[in-house]
Design a protein around this ligand. Structure first.
Ligand SMILES: [Zn+2]
Length: 487
């Protein structure tokens, strides 16, 4: 279940095997997982298969105290953990499924030295990273020389080979991985090969987590289940042959963290150890990921979004150059109709259909509404964004003239007709402000119909014919395609 800020608030496992230690046959309305957040996305409480935790965050959105109700202890007894951070916002003291780790970062905020864990006080893990920020080595030093050391080889940011060697040279092995070539974004390993002999095939659940591992004869070796935030909660076999798991990312089994190329993730906390290296957008909580819009946004390298943001900013600043837009903005100012322009990530399906923006009026009249420009629209030129802005500003203007946030279906139809008649949707020369003529009639009517179906006063009108009538009336009789005379 997700609420308005795209935060997971509860989850119940619907399919799969019985999870050990899970409450047996939970009542249908009792989720096995539940989460509460403050207004900026920090957890306040969590329930994770019967373990209750409370969280305190500081003004930098870092958890400063994590309390865990001690299982079996008298009520109220709480075990507390105090996470620590360095000045760059990197978490330096973490608690994972394998214990408490002290972490040191290098100048590029990569975690290079890990000390602690539960095995012994002397456990030290050293990591090194290449110039592209990819982790190329994982060395278990100072402990037994029979421990495995790992080196990684990548194709861009996809790990294709892991070489494992033991320091006394008694043994070495390699693990080669083939990734699904049909999926450009949803990267998932489909086959692994261990030492030219053992092959394992991966199957996935709907969240691209590796859920089943089988061999050539389709004999299942492992069934893995995860908590909503990536903790392994059920695993049929102890020694996993594929280190990839949650989200098809690499699990550092010794550390209990998941390595994503640019950040390391703590499933226990549902949190990154580091801030977003891109300082994503204008979002205040840097410990989130693509603005929490994980269901709709792909941020492959953290670069695309930024380029698109620049595009959006350019479109935003290009607007006032048009004479008529200037007039509209002046009118809005004079009538105290405020709006802000936000660059956001939109539903990719909408973007594919060419909807690059939207206008959401405030809840009550007099407050600021938002014009939202989609920044995940791929390669678009500036004029496309400008015409999107034209479309949305027309909505702001019409709402302002009506002095309403809740227009009737007729009013909604009218403003959509005006917007589509004057933007790039049905009038590729939109910026020239050619009043829509009859030849554009079909296009405007079709587009307005689609928009009206999803919004405003037409939302509750379940009669398509009636909606078409309204649009026809607003177009032909009330001539809503015309620009408003703002003299
Ligand atoms: Zn519209």
């Amino acid at each position: 279940m997700l609420q308005v800020r795209n935060e997971l608030t509860s989850a119940t496992k619907l399919v799969g095997r019985v999870v050990p230690n899970a409450p047996q046959s939970p009542a249908a309305d009792t989720p096995e997982y539940a989460y509460q957040y403050d207004d900026i996305g920090n957890r306040i409480t969590s329930t994770d298969l019967g373990t209750n935790r409370t969280y305190t965050a500081n003004s930098l959105n870092q958890y400063t105290l994590v309390g865990r109700a001690v299982p079996g202890a008298p009520q109220g007894e709480v075990e507390e953990f105090v996470p620590q951070f360095d000045d760059d916002g990197n978490q330096t003291l973490i608690q994972t499924s394998t214990g408490i780790w002290q972490v040191q970062y290098n100048g590029e905020n990569r975690p290079v030295l890990w000390t602690g864990g539960t095995q012994s006080a002397a456990t030290n893990i050293v990591m090194s990273f290449d110039r592209m920020g990819r982790r190329v080595r994982y060395l278990d030093v100072y402990t037994s020389i029979t421990n495995c050391n790992l080196s990684f080889t990548y194709d861009k940011y996809i790990c294709i080979l892991r070489f494992c060697y033991i320091r006394d040279n008694s043994c070495s092995n390699y693990l080669a991985l083939a990734w699904d070539p049909t999926e450009p974004f949803i990267t998932q390993p489909i086959v692994s090969e261990l030492d030219n002999s053992i092959h394992r095939f991966c199957l996935f659940d709907g969240n691209k987590n590796i859920s089943t591992i089988a061999d050539e004869s389709a004999i299942v070796f492992e069934n893995v289940r995860y908590s909503p935030f990536g903790k392994v909660v059920a695993n049929d076999e102890e020694s996993r042959t594929t280190p990839f798991g949650f989200s098809s990312e690499y699990l550092d089994t010794g550390l209990g963290i998941v390595y994503y190329n640019f950040r390391h993730y703590i499933p226990e906390l549902g949190r990154w150890m580091q801030r977003d290296p891109m300082h994503f957008g204008s979002l205040a909580n840097k410990y989130s990921f693509v603005g929490n819009m994980v269901l709709s946004v792909v941020d492959e390298l953290g670069l695309d979004i930024d380029a698109q943001r620049k595009m959006c900013d350019a479109a935003r600043s290009a607007i006032p150059n048009d004479v008529y837009i200037k007039k509209m903005l002046k009118y809005l100012k004079k009538h105290d109709c405020k709006f802000s322009v936000k660059c956001v990530c939109c539903n990719p399906d909408d973007v594919k259909k060419g909807n690059l923006g939207s206008y959401s009026p405030a809840d009550s009249w007099g407050q600021k509404g938002d014009v939202r420009i989609c920044i995940n629209a791929g390669e678009r030129n500036e004029s496309e964004y400008s015409l999107t802005m034209v479309h949305e500003v027309i909505h702001v203007l019409d709402y302002c003239r009506l002095r309403t946030n809740k227009p009737t279906c007729n009013q909604t139809a009218c403003t959509e007709i005006r917007a589509y008649s004057n933007d790039g949707g049905c009038n590729p020369n939109g910026s020239n402000w050619i009043p829509a003529d009859k030849s554009k009639y079909d296009c405007v009517r079709r587009q307005a119909f689609k928009s009206c179906k999803n919004m405003g006063g037409c939302l509750n009108l379940n009669d398509d014919e009636k909606l078409r009538d309204i649009i026809r009336y607003e177009y032909e009789i009330r001539k809503c395609f015309e620009r408003v005379d703002l003299r």
